[in-house]
Design a protein. Structure first.
Length: 170
């Protein structure tokens, strides 16, 4: 049998209302001082694809509605739950007090996780790194020393999504 591209009508997709009532992947994405509106929109699309629990937008990170976020989010700002919190440190303290593991690469049953993605130039601040339960590093073997934050988000969320799905089947 040859491979074939599926038609849009064959893809099983839920609508925004169904998304909002779906069981979520226990992952929270924290965008800390993200400059690029296109990166923000791309992260919303990734969050939608993996039924992410929530996105927190912190610091200088722009908030919907914004035409440049909307352009890459393609409506995901309407389905994914999000909140703006100015101070990332205060947010992390609050999440940790609620039992959320911050940037923890190991997965534990019945836990939620918050993954922090930092500024495109400066990265995650040392203060935020120091507060984290663990630090995730994506190995890179070429000449560049960083990935676009929306790409990093996709790689990390996919990997954690697989790990969390494995726990659910145990």
């Amino acid at each position: 049998m040859k491979n074939r591209k599926l038609k849009n009508s064959e893809l099983v997709r839920i609508n925004s209302d169904e998304f909002k009532t779906s069981n979520k992947t226990p992952l929270i994405i924290i965008l800390d001082n993200i400059r690029s509106l296109n990166n923000i929109g791309s992260v919303f699309r990734t969050a939608d694809a993996f039924l992410i629990e929530k996105i927190y937008l912190c610091g200088i990170t722009a908030k919907p509605p914004h035409k440049d976020i909307h352009k890459t989010a393609l409506g995901a700002t309407d389905s994914v739950k999000w909140e703006y919190v100015e101070n990332t440190i205060e947010l992390i303290n609050r999440l940790k007090s609620e039992g959320v593991k911050v940037a923890n690469y190991q997965t534990y049953p019945n836990s939620s996780y918050a993954i922090v993605f930092g500024n495109e130039v400066k990265g995650v601040s040392q203060e935020v790194v120091s507060m984290s339960d663990a630090v995730i590093e994506i190995p890179q073997f070429g000449t560049k020393h960083s990935l676009n934050i929306s790409v990093s988000c996709g790689v990390v969320v996919w990997d954690l999504f697989l790990k969390l799905q494995f726990h659910d089947t145990q």
